[in-house]
Design a protein around this ligand. Structure first.
Ligand SMILES: Nc1nc2c(ncn2[C@@H]2O[C@H](COP(=O)(O)OP(=O)(O)O)[C@@H](O)[C@H]2O)c(=O)[nH]1
Ligand SMILES: [Mg+2]
Length: 233
């Protein structure tokens, strides 16, 4: 089984090297693909240096900030083109602790999508402001009500996907470019017959660097979810 971890980066110079070393040190046979959007802080150069040094890291450079959703689709394309059986996606800022990778991969032996979940027993959120918790609660309440997939954390981006699920996707059909991509991806995969499972994770807000979630992105994503729930699915 060929497995790859995808990390989308925008201004993660303070996090990326430590993250990559931490993933590789687990010795799980994982390759890594970094999708960087020409980060002004030089994250792309750090990624290139890690690629040259380790031989396990690949880098996709995009010309500018095109959103986490399209970056994830880019990693899907990469994984399919290069013959990977499992794709794991995770954030670069250590909110998704690499220590959960073994549990997520183990679960992926029996399920098509495995979600590192904050909202199952044993999971949780640390250091998030009340506003983020509230938005996340509302989004997940809405998704559970409307989409009815047996999942508690629709928004989590720490996931493993099996190859066949990715092969079935139609990347051009996605309406989400940014944060609502996670929910849209899950719904599209589940509609295609993917069996889901959750593994508890404790999500700790980033210690260094800044979030890319801003009000405009929240509103765009909220509208995309309404459109998906009310018209598309
Ligand atoms: N390539 C790329 N990565 C992005 C973009 N927006 C966010 N990311 C990455 O997506 C991950 C999650 O973003 P983050 O700002 O931590 O969001 P938060 O955890 O919801 O506050 C991080 O690894 C970011 O660097 C983007 O437009 N392009
Ligand atoms: Mg984050």
């Amino acid at each position: 089984m060929k497995k790859i971890v995808a990390v989308a980066t925008y201004n993660e110079a303070e996090n990326l090297e430590r993250l990559v070393r931490s993933i590789l040190s687990l010795d799980l046979g994982l390759d890594i693909v970094i999708v960087d959007d020409n980060s002004p802080d030089g994250t792309g150069d750090i990624a290139d240096a890690l690629a040259a040094e380790t031989g396990r890291v690949k880098v996709v450079h995009r010309p500018g900030k095109l959103g986490l959703g399209t970056a994830t689709l880019e990693s899907v394309r990469f994984a399919l083109e290069h013959g990977y059986d499992i794709l794991v996606t995770m954030d670069a800022d250590f909110s998704h602790d690499p220590m959960y990778l073994p549990a997520i991969l183990e679960k992926a032996a029996g399920f098509d999508i495995v979600i590192g979940s904050r909202y199952v027993h044993g999971g949780g959120v640390v250091n998030w402001p009340f506003s983020r918790r509230l938005i996340s609660f509302l989004v997940n309440f809405y998704c559970r009500t409307v989409f009815r997939i047996p999942v508690h954390d629709y928004s989590g981006a720490y996931r493993a996907y099996r190859r066949w699920v990715l092969e079935k996707l139609e990347p051009d059909a996605f309406i989400s470019k940014g944060y609502s991509f996670q929910e849209e991806m899950l719904v599209r995969c589940a509609r295609g017959g993917a069996r889901t499972a959750e593994v508890p994770i404790v999500f700790v807000d980033r210690a260094v660097g800044a979030t890319k979630a801003n009000r405009a992105e929240m509103i765009r994503s909220g509208l995309a979810l309404l459109r998906l729930g009310l018209w598309e699915f």
